[in-house]
Design a protein around this ligand. Structure first.
Ligand code: KG4
Ligand code: ZN
Length: 394
């Protein structure tokens, strides 16, 4: 089939991934090698181990992605790789390999921001479903283990532009899921476990007060949406717009306090040991180790996070008068988050788009998709570009 075939490579955290995507709209292959088993005993990602695992996996993963796509190093049109943000040592493995391939096969090299990749996962899948009419600008909530960020996203003459209008002040939402799960002896990564256990608990059992954040209004640059302007005037500052920041370290502390005051620690230690000794756990295995207070606490915690994410995102969507909401990143795989967003956004008459679950968490198809507009704009990386652990999206 005619089109532009881009080989994407992603190694920013604990997934080594490669994919071939046609013209930003069709996933031809998508291979993800997860390192969860390596990091599980440590209860989180160990950067040094991550780099070593990437080094081990990168060649076979890329080879498999090309084989499954029936492509070769010579037949793809370009090579795209995650430049950042992420773990520096992990990023360097993907970048070194992508550079070597681009040099040897004489292909253009495209550097992609990981967060931009998450946003393009949404567009890729909508196009793949035949929806080429996604209304823009979009408000994208990128919600993962490292980020809880709101971006205004829209295409401009030479590729896409992004404006950050909100971010977490402390823990990312996925990080809070992981820390609370670890606290409750549920293992790592915590998001998928709490997601599966939450339906068995009472989400109203424990009240968490939402994080109060003092907003210091910041001037916006170069945008002029009518409704946003009016809102600015209502609050007495015509050129100022509110930030929509998040904070999740308080709720994590509240869970810890609840555990202490309800004497849950002995039960948690028993659960931690019981679950640590088993592999490939099913939801029944977790349920067998969880009492009602633990299930109620998990469900209430998830409800509080979901309610806060949805409320702030919809408030930002109103303030900036966007046409569409994107929800993407690992936490976007969460069932309650998807359902609540779908319902609440519909009430506002706003379409809300999610990637499928496999493309919500880290993958390389999103990197290849985000690279496509850069390919068209000939926005290629110089051979001396390097990893940027704290790369900002703009
Ligand atoms: O995007 P991602 O794969 O990697 C980062 O860029 O961080 O996100 C991983 C994060 C982890 O914190 C994980 O616990 C969380 O996403 N996560 C979930 C779910 N699946 C993954 N959180 C809540 N519910 C889920 N189903
Ligand atoms: Zn990610």
């Amino acid at each position: 089939m005619p089109g532009v075939y881009i080989l994407g490579i992603e190694s920013s955290c604990d997934e080594t991934a490669a994919a071939v995507v046609r013209s930003g709209e069709q996933v031809i292959s998508n291979v993800v090698a997860s390192q969860i088993a390596t990091h599980q005993p440590y209860g989180g990602v160990v950067p040094e181990l991550a780099s070593r695992e990437h080094l081990r996996a990168i060649v076979p993963v890329v080879r498999q992605a090309l084989n499954e796509a029936k492509h070769t190093y010579a037949s793809v049109d370009a090579i795209a790789v995650t430049q950042g943000p992420g773990l520096a040592g992990a990023l360097l493995v993907g970048i070194s390999y992508a550079k070597a391939l681009a040099f040897a096969a004489d292909k253009p090299l495209i550097a992609v921001n990981h967060l931009e990749g998450h946003i393009h996962a949404v567009l890729l899948e909508e196009r793949q479903k035949g929806n080429h009419e996604v209304a823009l600008p979009a408000l994208a909530l990128v919600v993962s283990g490292g980020h809880t960020h709101l971006y205004l996203a829209e295409p401009k003459a030479r590729g896409w532009t992004y404006e950050n209008i909100g971010r977490t002040r402390d823990d990312a939402a996925g990080e809070a899921f992981d820390k609370v799960a670890r606290l409750l002896g549920l293992g790592y990564p915590g998001g998928p476990v709490i997601d599966r256990l939450a339906p068995y608990g009472d989400p109203k059992a424990v009240k968490f007060s939402p994080a109060q954040i003092k907003h210091r209004d910041r001037p916006r640059k170069g945008r002029n949406h009518d409704r946003g302007e009016r809102r600015g005037q209502e609050s007495g500052s015509a050129d100022h717009h509110p930030r929509f920041d998040f904070s999740y370290s308080g709720i994590k502390t509240a869970v810890l306090r609840y555990v202490e005051t309800h004497n849950m620690q002995p039960g948690i230690e028993i659960r931690r040991k019981a679950l640590a000794s088993r592999a490939k756990l099913k939801v029944e295995d977790y349920l067998a180790q969880c009492d009602k207070p633990t299930l109620d606490l998990s469900a209430s915690f998830q409800r509080a996070i979901v309610a806060d994410l949805v409320e702030k995102t919809l408030a930002a969507a109103r303030a900036y008068d966007v046409a569409t909401i994107f929800v993407t990143g690992g936490v976007a795989a969460n069932d309650e988050l998807r359902q609540t967003f779908g319902r609440e956004a519909a009430l506002e008459g706003l379409p809300a788009y999610f990637p499928s679950r496999p493309l919500s968490t880290d993958n390389a198809a999103m990197i290849a998709a985000a690279a496509y507009p850069k390919f068209l704009a000939k926005d290629f990386a110089a051979m001396d570009f390097s990893a940027e652990a704290g790369l900002a999206l703009r």
